[in-house]
Design a protein around this ligand. Structure first.
Ligand code: NAD
Length: 492
């Protein structure tokens, strides 16, 4: 087993104005190692005064010439330097993530850290490619006057970025990299369960040479620190990733304040297996779609629809995969699935499985409950052969719980796939191009994968239809998200 990082090596402060701080009141809350349930550190619980200090600092940094008027190539260079530093600290950041979040160390290295490096490098490039247009105007007066008009994209201002606990470092980078590339300043609030890598990221940004106040991290609870941050009058834009429930509250607050908001929210993504699919490929693909990151993925393939002719074989196969998975700490190289992030979340997942059973779902896999320390839940497959209206089909579990249903024709499965308040992701498994295209066209989701699932790339827009959110991250669209259009009209 790899060595977990020592608690004495943890950085457990907020980071405001280029400096570590414990906050005005010195209040803290504990964070845990979810694989052992041991307390690993105490983290500052930001007060209103701390949030105000962080936002005012970000505002001052935004208004200073050292940041907003910095040549775009210098901003690009700083982001590339940060990418290099994150890469240099791969082992440390990955160990912090596995210790605090519970995920497999290999995934912390390959996805959290390498993914963050990839995103930082991609987004760095946008700093020098933000552009406007020139326009021909038709204004006819005063007679003889002509007009020269152009648009330019200007940074939106102070951005409040709030992220969840499922990919703590990567989600933080998905926010701060484009925000900084666009010339905004940021106050980042990581989830209360998993603040360690966000704190380290801010320290590395300071080391890379970002001016003080440009990138601040506040730690604290959502309903206090998060809500205060969203409401702060000097915040110009809120970018939020988290649950639909909290996203709705933030959306309402931002509408009242007329603040810009982008919301990346929950999902209940369908996986549709067509009758030509090799059952072995379907089993592997569908199991990966739901069990990756212990099911704590917004696009987790949690609703499985399989053509009736291969339904039993595929569903029994996935249950066998689930039963064979080795649960354990993410630092153990033999572990295939780590714990849930917290005892509260573990209890919610177990409760939802029990409710699914009560409503008539047939659990095909082993008992989900796990005795002993750590917040573990066994991967679970629920067959819903009679397609009862189970709550686990409608509601996001955000854990390793799959509900499987047979279907008979394409129109029927398309209607069922779309019969959800969510619309984040979906996947279709087939080699029949016409059917794959019909489903990709008809499914109401921000991303439809064919013969793969959960694949993301900084160049590919990502976001949700319906209650899965508003706005898109990544790709070219990201520039519009963190800039405002300004028209300049000159009479001559
Ligand atoms: P959550 O909504 O409980 O918390 C997310 C963040 O919001 C945390 O930092 C939390 O402290 C903060 N928060 C909570 N209440 C708040 C409030 N009233 N005001 C301001 N901030 C507040 O979500 P979670 O349990 O941490 O994460 C799981 C959810 O995130 C799932 O629904 C999942 O689908 C979603 N998610 C979505 C995406 C996406 O890109 N669409 C990605 C990852 C996770």
């Amino acid at each position: 087993m790899n060595d977990p990082i020592k608690p004495s090596a943890l950085h457990t402060h907020m980071f405001i104005d280029g400096e570590p701080t414990s906050g005005a009141a010195g209040k803290t809350f504990p964070i845990f190692n979810p694989a052992t349930a041991e307390e690993i550190a105490h983290i500052p619980d930001a007060t209103e005064a701390d949030i105000d200090h962080a936002v005012r600092t970000a505002k001052r940094a935004f208004e200073s010439d050292t940041w907003r008027r910095m040549p775009p190539s210098t901003r690009e260079h700083l982001l590339l330097k940060l990418a290099d530093l994150v890469e240099k600290h791969t082992e440390e950041l990955a160990a912090l993530e596995t210790l605090n979040q519970g995920k497999l160390l290999a995934f912390s290295q390959m996805l959290e850290v390498s993914g963050s490096v990839q995103w930082l490098r991609y987004m760095a490039g946008w700093a020098t490619k933000i552009e406007g247009t020139t326009l021909d105007l038709s204004i006819a007066f005063p007679p003889g006057t002509r007009y020269n008009a152009s648009t330019r994209r200007v940074p939106a201002g102070v951005v409040a970025a709030i992220v969840p606990w499922n990919f703590p470092l990567l989600m933080a980078v998905w926010k701060i990299a484009p925000v900084l590339a666009c010339g905004c300043t940021v106050v980042l609030k990581p989830a209360e369960e998993t603040p360690l890598t966000a704190i380290r990221l801010a320290e590395l940004a300071h080391e890379a040479g970002f001016p003080p106040g440009v990138f601040n991290v506040v730690t604290g609870r959502g309903e206090t620190a998060g809500a205060t941050l969203v409401k702060h009058r000097l915040v110009n834009k809120v970018t939020f990733t988290g649950s639909t429930e909290v996203g709705r509250m933030i959306g309402r607050q931002c509408a009242d304040d007329l603040k810009r908001a982008s919301l990346e929210l929950g999902g209940k993504s369908p996986v549709i297996v067509l009758d030509d699919c090799d059952p072995r490929k379907a089993i592997e693909g569908a199991a990966g779609a739901i069990f990756f990151n212990h099911g704590q993925v917004c696009t987790a393939g949690s609703r499985l629809y399989v053509a009736r002719s291969i339904y039993d074989e595929v569903v029994q196969g996935i249950a066998a995969v689930a039963d064979g998975m080795a649960l354990g700490p993410g630092f153990d190289a033999t572990t295939q699935m780590g714990p849930m992030v917290s005892s509260r979340h573990r209890d919610k997942v177990v409760r939802m499985i029990a409710q699914g059973k009560l409503e008539g779902g047939e659990v095909l896999s082993r008992d989900a409950a796990v005795d002993g320390a750590g917040f573990f839940v066994r991967p679970t497959v629920i067959a819903n052969g009679l397609r009862k209206p189970l709550s686990v089909v409608k509601e996001e579990v955000f854990g390793p719980v799959l509900v499987a249903m047979p279907y008979d024709d394409l129109d029927e499965v398309l209607a069922e796939a779309n019969d959800s308040e969510y619309g984040l992701g979906a996947s279709v498994w087939t080699n029949q191009l016409d059917k794959a295209l019909r489903l990709a066209d008809g499914i109401e989701a921000g991303t439809v994968w064919v013969n793969t699932h959960n694949m993301v790339d900084p160049a590919m827009p990502f976001g949700g239809f319906k209650a899965s959110g508003i706005g898109r991250e990544h790709g070219k669209a990201i520039v519009d998200s963190y800039t405002e259009s300004k028209s300049v009209c000159i009479a001559y």
